[in-house]
Design a protein around this ligand. Structure first.
Ligand code: CA
Length: 655
């Protein structure tokens, strides 16, 4: 099981140098990353009331201004009056493999600092910091103390404050129990780009991770969290306050239909998830970061080999009416024609097709070399979803019976939709579904869901999350077509930088309905659409292509889509700015794919530095002025510098 590295991970994290000492008398301890450019300073002194705070600089420039750490809990308060007793340092290095996102061979090197604190009543807590060349990760570690074997965290003081010049690239947290069948929050809100810190969040509940900040001319920082499993909730950032910046907040009490507490609890010794800051002078370290996976470990050995791949998806353009025997058969045949590994059978199949006919369809798909992925609702008591199947994934008894049926029919993948929010209660359900599915050799994609937080490495049969305003919105509403190019060029810098993103990209219909003759109007070029197949990363991609595209879409585009991979050995940022344009290079085996996408409503000329293509002859896909695609051969000069003209909401691909 090369792709999970479970056993390897257990033996790694080697410590090559350790030191431990009493905390400095001034209450301040610092650590830098291996190349010395990131510097983190922790301060907790009597003179400031024993409040733990931290700062982070890059090349001496402030990225994180003094920001509070600590928390309150039911075994003691660790927000002030703390004595900073001890500091120890290590070096951490690990090599691991990861086949589901960005990069397959990863070297993680960081310096580690653990700061120990004692509260006034004697309770103990440590903060563990890891500082890499462009990443900081930290978490609270709580030992077993006296007769207390568990803890409930009541409130975190963890904050991220930024210098005054900072602008923000954030997406708001929604109200709970609103939207379609009361299914929110589900990380499907719009980003506001380059806003002042003082801007108010849309719903007054702050923002969801990840959060991007531009520190004026001094650099960039992407803040997120990772390592969230059944032992914690998913957190978010509260609204900005001048006093503390952005503070970590727990889920809203109303989430999950009010059931389950916002405050997480876990056994001792134990720790909170990692909070991460990726920072640098440019956006390159943010697009390329692997910190989300560097600090987590696989949580179990996979029971099967889970295969990434491409799929067709009837529901995206043909909608609920397509969930019938004949239309699904058409999309199975379409997948076979494209050489794709999967087809997705979406909601209502239990009602509209029925189990007996589904078993026939599953056999038919397999006879054509296509594996069906089958839809479920996660609910349950946490929303009003009536699309079936419901009540099959929410309890262990029903779920195991359902998974036995799936296994008897040799189904390799499921999609589970419409989750209850971010409470620990819901994180437990994710973990239960992933582990039960693994027992049955089944991979899982989730929609209507939270951000994945390290899950690509933690759960080997996890195959992606929606947690974005995904392609369905382009079908639902013209506004999202008008904004498609802006949103697409935002995701590599924010949402997709910390987790795989099951977007369902690539429409080659001009009109987003079944007949390609009505509904919303696509604004992007064909090359732009095809470029999103390699811009957006998810190990399984359910493309929004339709069977009519075999006749009505340009053959050069369909041929590209037949060959396109969904996994990457390397990902390099070349150029770009969130919501304006992006140039990215990805390598699959020895084959490089370079994509350049323009979100502007006007032409953009760029000069891309592409050393990986220097001196090579490559295939260039570009848009003509009339917005139709053209394929040509391009000899890249020895300098690797390539001039490209990108049409409005258009793109280029070099392969
Ligand atoms: Ca959705």
């Amino acid at each position: 099981m090369r792709h999970t590295g479970y056993l390897a991970a257990l033996m790694l994290g080697a410590v090559v140098q350790t030191a431990s000492a009493a905390a400095p008398a001034n209450g301040s301890a610092s650590i830098s990353g291996p190349d010395g450019r990131v510097r983190l300073t922790l301060t907790c002194a009597k003179s400031n009331g024993g409040v733990p705070t931290y700062t982070v600089t890059y090349d001496g420039k402030t990225i994180i201004a003094p920001s509070q750490l600590g928390f309150t809990s039911n075994i003691g308060d660790f927000e002030k009056g703390l004595s900073f007793t001890n500091v120890s340092t290590d070096k951490v290095s690990e090599h691991y493999t990861l086949s589901h996102i960005k990069k397959s061979e990863i070297d993680f090197n960081a310096n580690k600092m653990v700061c120990d604190f004692t509260a006034a009543d004697g309770a103990k807590m440590s903060i563990e910091f890891l500082v890499a060349d462009n990443d900081v990760a930290f978490r609270y570690c709580i030992p077993k103390q006296n007769d207390r074997g568990s803890i409930r965290i009541m409130d975190e003081k963890t904050s991220f404050a930024f210098p005054e010049a900072t602008t923000t690239f954030l997406t708001p947290q929604s109200d709970a129990m609103i939207g379609w069948k009361r299914t929110k929050p589900s990380y499907e809100e719009e980003y506001v780009l380059d806003a002042p810190m003082t801007a108010k969040s849309q719903y007054g509940h702050g923002y969801t991770f990840p959060a991007l900040f531009r520190i004026g001319e001094d650099g960039w920082a992407l803040v997120s969290e990772t390592g969230v499993d059944s032992k914690y909730c998913g957190s978010r950032l509260g609204d900005y306050s001048a006093a503390s910046g952005y503070k970590v907040e727990f889920p809203m009490a109303e989430e999950n239909n009010g059931n389950g507490t916002p405050e997480p609890a876990f056994a001792l010794p134990g720790n909170t998830p990692w909070r991460t800051i990726t920072l640098g002078a440019t956006l390159k370290p943010i697009v390329e970061t692997t910190i989300t996976w560097d600090v987590v470990k696989p949580l179990y050995e996979p029971s099967a080999e889970y295969k990434p791949g491409r799929g067709t998806w009837s529901w995206i353009l043909w909608q609920d009416n397509s969930i019938n025997y004949n239309d699904i058969k058409t999309y199975i045949d379409f997948a076979a024609e494209m050489g794709y590994e999967y087809t997705l059978i979406d909601n209502w199949w239990d009602n509209n097709i029925g189990r007996a006919k589904m078993e026939e369809l599953i056999r038919y798909a397999k006879s054509r070399g296509v594996e069906p992925v089958i839809w479920y609702s996660s609910s349950g008591y946490w929303n009003d979803i009536e699309q079936g199947p419901i009540n099959r994934m929410d309890s262990p008894i029903a779920r195991r019976a359902e998974m036995d049926w799936l296994k008897r029919n040799d189904v390799k993948g499921i999609k589970v939709d419409f989750w209850g929010g971010d409470k620990q209660e819901t994180m437990r359900l994710y973990e239960q579904i992933f582990t039960d599915a693994d027992d049955h050799g089944i991979s899982v994609v989730v929609h209507g869901c939270t951000l994945p937080r390290g899950w690509e490495r933690m759960y080997p049969n996890y195959f992606g999350s929606e947690a974005v305003l995904a392609s369905e919105n382009l079908v639902f509403n013209q506004h999202f077509c008008d904004e498609e190019a802006v949103n697409a060029t935002t995701h590599p810098f924010i949402r997709n930088a910390v987790g795989c993103m099951e977007f369902g990209p690539v429409f080659l219909n001009k009109r987003l309905n079944k007949g390609n003759d009505g509904g919303t109007v696509r604004k992007t070029t064909d090359v732009f659409e095809v470029a999103t197949a390699i811009l957006f990363q998810n190990p399984v991609q359910m493309f929004a292509l339709a069977p009519n595209n075999l006749q009505d879409a340009p053959a050069i585009m369909m041929d590209f889509m037949k060959e396109v991979p969904t996994t990457w050995d390397e990902t390099l940022f070349i150029d770009g700015y969130p919501g304006k344009y992006v140039v990215l290079a990805r390598r699959h085996g020895t084959q490089w794919y370079v994509m350049a996408l323009n979100a502007d409503k006007k032409e953009r000329k760029i000069e891309a530095e592409l050393p990986m293509l220097a001196g090579k002859s490559v295939t260039l896909y570009n848009d003509k002025k009339d917005r139709t695609p053209v394929m040509s051969t391009l000899k890249v000069p020895a300098s690797g510098k390539v001039k490209l003209t990108l049409q409005p909401e258009g793109a280029a691909i070099l392969k």
